[in-house]
Design a protein around this ligand. Structure first.
Ligand SMILES: [Zn+2]
Ligand SMILES: [Zn+2]
Length: 430
């Protein structure tokens, strides 16, 4: 029975009180993104496996260990998306939206799937908000992407976030860096984990990302990429910092942030929080000028970020940032008897057509139980309909907070009477 009464390990349901909060956060994200000209795109949950081998990189932990990959009934290899960028790049290329001119600015809400050990803020199905920009290679574009994330955190009132910044150069400066890294890690060949041992030849930068304790200890002493930047990359990095300073954004340089894949270039950044016990990255992003070409398009500058929804919600909770719960009922129309219930249905319909949240009895309850329910759903106003009210075609509208009662017509003037005797429930509730 456990299989049908409990969701799979690493999944989480959002119940109405949660979704109400998520929706507010999503509105803030969408709102901030659109202030910068990013508009929403929606791509499928599953893609051809090949897309992620190319778009995420076949030497990454994600691709090597964590993907939900299966063969469909047509013998195609299909994978549930483990991250958001690859699908968006594909959609950008497939739609030809870039023909409308650069920069292309897209944002998305997405669910992602990774077979990982579940822990706080890390699930097997998790959610991200992300933005991607294509066709902009100036340093000011890197800063712009960071400003969107910063704007979201500021609007939500998130505190104690540290913006960490690094540059990982271009393929030109990385050739020397790879050589230096290989030399360094060679000395620890006996101690590296088996995955890293194979990375030593294929892509030594990936070792810097390894989560194993021994490998990350060894990686601490490795040479840093910033010491190997070519002049152009150094100039770009300085430009990003100048643009951030112009926007009044504080940051720290952290030479240990890397993305060890060839198509990641120059800027990488993370927003780090200390509010969840250990340090955790709530938003990470950067520039990937080689990705579009890697995925079959023309060489096109690209950059973006991914922001983890679950982790953000945990931080909001840890910081005591209150988000309103679901909308409360504005009016409950109690009824006694069949005729009164019919009238309640008609009146509620009239109100709802006008955008008012109205409820009436659906459970055949007596008056007392109905009023108790009205209280429970936080109704700002109530009307009680009985034989007298139906006969006289008027009723008393009660303000549940002040206890004040007003006569209102149940006939043609109902809506006008109602609206002129009530304050918007939202004002009452906040
Ligand atoms: Zn370079
Ligand atoms: Zn390792």
């Amino acid at each position: 029975m456990a299989l049908i009464t409990q969701g799979p390990k690493g999944t989480q349901d959002l119940m109405p009180k949660d979704t109400a909060k998520w929706q507010i956060v999503e509105e803030v994200m969408k709102g901030e993104a659109s202030l910068h000209g990013f508009h929403e795109v929606r791509t499928p949950v599953f893609e051809h496996t090949e897309l992620f081998l190319r778009g995420v990189g076949d030497t990454t932990d994600v691709v090597e260990k964590q993907m939900y990959t299966f063969e469909d009934k047509g013998q195609r290899s299909i994978t549930l998306r483990p991250e958001g960028t690859a699908g968006v790049v594909r959609a950008m290329l497939q739609s030809g939206i870039y023909n409308e001119g650069y920069p292309v600015k897209l944002c998305y809400f997405t669910s992602c799937y990774r077979y990982e050990k579940p822990q706080a803020g890390r699930l097997r199905e998790f959610h991200q908000f992300g933005i991607e920009m294509f066709g902009a290679s100036e340093p000011v574009a890197d800063a712009e992407v960071i400003l969107v994330a910063k704007g979201i955190f500021d609007r939500l009132g998130v505190k104690n976030l540290r913006l960490e910044l690094n540059s990982i150069g271009c393929p030109k400066c990385r050739a020397n860096y790879h050589k230096a890294l290989k030399e360094y890690f060679q000395q620890y060949k006996e101690e590296l984990c088996t995955t890293c041992l194979s990375r030593l030849e294929r892509n030594p930068m990936r070792i810097l990302d390894c989560k194993s304790e021994i490998c990350s200890k060894i990686a601490e002493g490795a040479p840093k990429i910033v010491e190997f930047l070519c002049d152009e990359c150094q100039e770009h990095f300085t430009g990003v910092q100048e643009a951030l300073t112009a926007a009044g954004v504080e940051f720290v340089l952290n030479p240990t942030i890397v993305r060890g894949l060839d198509y990641y270039t120059r800027t990488v950044f993370e927003f780090v929080s200390c509010d969840l016990g250990s340090q955790s990255t709530v938003c990470g992003g950067g520039r990937y000028d080689g990705l579009v070409e890697e995925m079959g398009g023309k060489p096109t500058a690209g950059l973006g970020f991914g922001l983890g929804m679950e982790r953000l919600m945990l931080i909001l909770q840890a910081q005591g940032i209150e988000l309103p719960e679901s909308e409360k009922c504005e009016i409950y129309i109690a009824s006694m008897g069949k005729e009164a219930l019919k009238k309640a249905i008609a009146l509620a319909t009239e109100l709802r057509n006008c955008g008012v949240y109205a409820e009436y009895d659906l459970c055949g309850r007596g008056l007392k139980a109905q009023m108790k329910y009205a209280d429970k759903i936080g109704a700002a106003y109530t009307i009680v309909l009985g034989d007298n009210e139906i006969a006289e075609n008027k009723a008393q509208l009660k303000n549940m907070k002040s206890g004040e009662k007003k006569d209102i017509s149940l006939g043609e003037n109902f809506l006008d009477d109602y609206l002129s005797n009530t304050v918007d429930a939202e004002i009452l509730n906040f």
